[in-house]
Each structure stands twice: as C-alpha cells, then as structure tokens.
Design a binder for this molecule. Structure first.
Ligand SMILES: *Cc1c(COP(=O)(O)O)cnc(C)c1O
Length: 358
C-alpha cells in the first residue's frame, strides 16, 4: 500500500495508488476482484512484498510458492497464536539483540527482506514502522557484544541479513571480527532463494574477509532450486562460505516426505547442508501453515535411511526457552538394563545388549 500525503496544503490530500503487483496478479492469474480485495485487506496489516524473480516461480494460484508469498485472508480471520511466541523481546537486553543461550546472540541487522514470507516468525514487525533499524542501534548492539566476553558466536538475521547495504554489512562484520572473543559469525538470509542475482563476486569479496563465516540459507520447496539459485550457492561455496539450510514445516507447502526429500537432495546438490527443520511457530496470522508435531516426526522417519543422512536436518520446536530437538518415537521401542529394542528405517526390530557392568 503506497500512501502519498501532502500535509502542507489546507486540507490533507491522501491518494492511494495500487502497487503494480496487483495488476501482475490479475493478468497472470485472472484473480477475481473479490480475491484481490482480500489480498489488499491483509496487505494493510501484514504488507505484501514479492520481487519479480520469486513471482516468476509461481506456477499457479495456491501452489507452494504462491502460498509462501501471496497474502491469504486467513491471516486476519484466524486469530490463533501469539505475536511473539519465541519471546524474543523478553530475552532482548537492547533493541536488535536476543541473548538467550549462554555463548551466542542473535543480532538483527536488517529490518526488511526481498520478500515477505507469509509464515514469518517476525510477522508482527517486518515491513512495518514497528521495526526500524538505525545506525545508533547497530552501534549499541556491537558495544553489547564487545562487553560480553561469553559471546563467541554471533548470528546475524533480520529481516534478511544480506538485505543491507554493502557499507553497513562491511562495518558490522569488521566490527565483530575485531572483538577477540567472537569466534564465529553466522548470517541468516533468504536471498539465495528469493533473489539469487544479488549474490555477486563483489558481495563474496566482502564476505570472504570475515571467515569463519557460516551462512544459513532458507529454501522451503524444490521449485525454488533453480539454475540461478544453484549458481548463487556455488559462488558462495567457492568463496569458502559454509552453507546450511533452515526451513519450516509448512502445511500445503512441504508437509510430505516426497517434497521434503526432493528439497533436501536438491540442497545437497548445491553444497547446502540441511541444518534445521522448524516446527511452525505459534505465530498469530500463520495458523493455516501449522501442522501437528506428529507430521514432522513422520517426515523425519520417512526420510532417514532412504536419502543420504547428510541431507536430514535436525527437527526442532522453537519457543521453549530455546530450540528443543524432536525425534520420531519408534526408533527406541523399549529400554531395560539389559537391552534396548530398536526399530530401523524399514520397520524391522533389532535388540542391542548393553554392557551392564559399567
Ligand atoms: C536459534 C537461535 C540461536 C542459534 O541456535 P543454534 O542451535 O546454535 O543454531 C541463538 N540465539 C537465538 C535467540 C536463537 O533463536
């Protein structure tokens, strides 16, 4: 929603212009005006943002790409959930920093992204005036890290940690590496997935000065693994960046074994190691994306043994004072002092005799 207001005239003139995206939705997908109006209603509360590249990946209305980026009226009608279920603000000693674990901090360095994911955990503030990052806030956050010598790992996120200007990125990274107790830096970004053309040698030339630098990318569906995305990931890997993927279990997007398996195999082909699969957070406006935890267990069980173990992420639930690891229940069938009964990936039962003399 673009609002132009001129306050220097006697009467305030407010004129609303329709962003071009609406026409693209109309002409490419023949949406009804009713559906367009629903999208506009949601857009007012949780702004829509889709770039040309990601838009071009949509094949049809309501496909897995569409669901991730086009507003859905259920974001407003279904009020289940909380604004900040991860209590990030609670564990936040100052703006931009969440310090929850003993030795590492989350540092939000960008207030926006290439694309607004409809299932975003920080939906309450991304793209709104509730979240604006200033140079002062960044300097204060860096000072906090400098004065806490227990912090050895800094996770840069946002927004999208690569959706910042190169000078700002350089300033943040060079400040952090100058702090003796900061041993590693991680960057969380969806740019590889949502706009791979932004991954250039120029960007890599900045990043590679700050090793050990880990990048967590964010791919949700095999349709996002395009030649452009592969080029971008290969370029980062060639420049020594260690690539992991974090994705969310999303209803009607990737909540089946075949889709998730294809995604993880595709990631391995472009040198990205699946790191975390997140159970969808209890975020207001995203309830229609949530599945049961059993669903996630079934997917992990359905993958383990059938695809490279390297391609299987850790399935976690966040918002429990941190992340809690979830494993399928059936692996350990029973435990006694003497033996543990185990089930393998094909459902066959094995017994392991323990050494009870230790
Ligand atoms: C996820 C997260 C981290 C990093 O956790 P790892 O398990 O080390 O990847 C750190 N701080 C916060 C607040 C987080 O949410």
């Amino acid at each position: 929603m673009i609002t132009i207001s001129t306050s220097n005239s006697e009467i305030d003139v407010e004129e609303e212009l329709e962003p071009p995206l609406y026409n693209a939705l109309r002409t490419k997908f023949h949406l009804s005006e009713e559906r367009i109006n629903e999208i506009k209603e949601v857009d007012k509360v949780y702004p829509m943002k889709i770039n040309d590249y990601y838009f071009s990946l949509i094949r049809e209305v309501d496909d897995p790409i569409w669901r991730q980026c086009v507003p859905d009226i259920r974001e407003l009608t279904d009020q289940t959930g909380e604004e900040d279920p991860l209590a990030e603000e609670h564990d936040s000693p100052l703006p931009l920093i969440t310090h929850r674990y003993p030795d590492r901090v989350l540092f939000l360095i960008s207030d926006t992204c290439e694309m607004h994911c409809r299932f975003c955990t920080r939906k309450r503030k991304i793209g709104t005036e509730r979240f604006v990052i200033t140079d002062d806030n960044i300097r204060h956050a860096i000072a906090y890290i400098r004065s806490h010598d227990e912090v050895r790992d800094v996770i840069l996120s946002g927004g999208d940690a690569l959706y910042v200007s190169y000078p700002r990125l350089f300033f943040i990274l060079s400040s952090l590496v100058s702090i003796p107790h900061v041993e590693i830096i991680r960057l969380g970004t969806r740019i590889r997935c949502t706009n791979p053309s932004r991954i250039t040698q120029e960007l890599c030339d900045i990043l590679k000065q700050f090793h050990p630098l880990y990048i967590n990318v964010h791919f949700e569906h095999p349709n996002e693994i395009t030649p452009e995305a592969i080029r971008a990931c290969n370029l980062l890997a060639d420049n020594g960046l260690v690539l992991g993927n974090q994705n969310v279990l999303l209803k009607d997007v990737n909540d089946d074994v075949k889709t998730m398996g294809d995604l993880y195999k595709g990631l391995l082909r472009m040198r990205v190691k699946p790191y975390y699969l997140f159970q969808a957070d209890y975020v207001k406006g995203t309830n229609h994306f949530r599945t049961t935890i059993q669903k996630g267990k079934d997917i992990i069980y359905g993958l383990r043994g059938w695809i490279s173990g390297l391609g299987i992420p850790q399935y976690v639930v966040d918002g429990c004072g941190g992340k809690v690891l979830i494993l399928p229940d059936q692996y350990t069938q029973s435990v006694s002092d003497e033996k543990v009964v185990l089930m393998n990936y094909k459902g066959k039962i094995y017994e392991y005799y323990q050494n009870i003399n230790v």
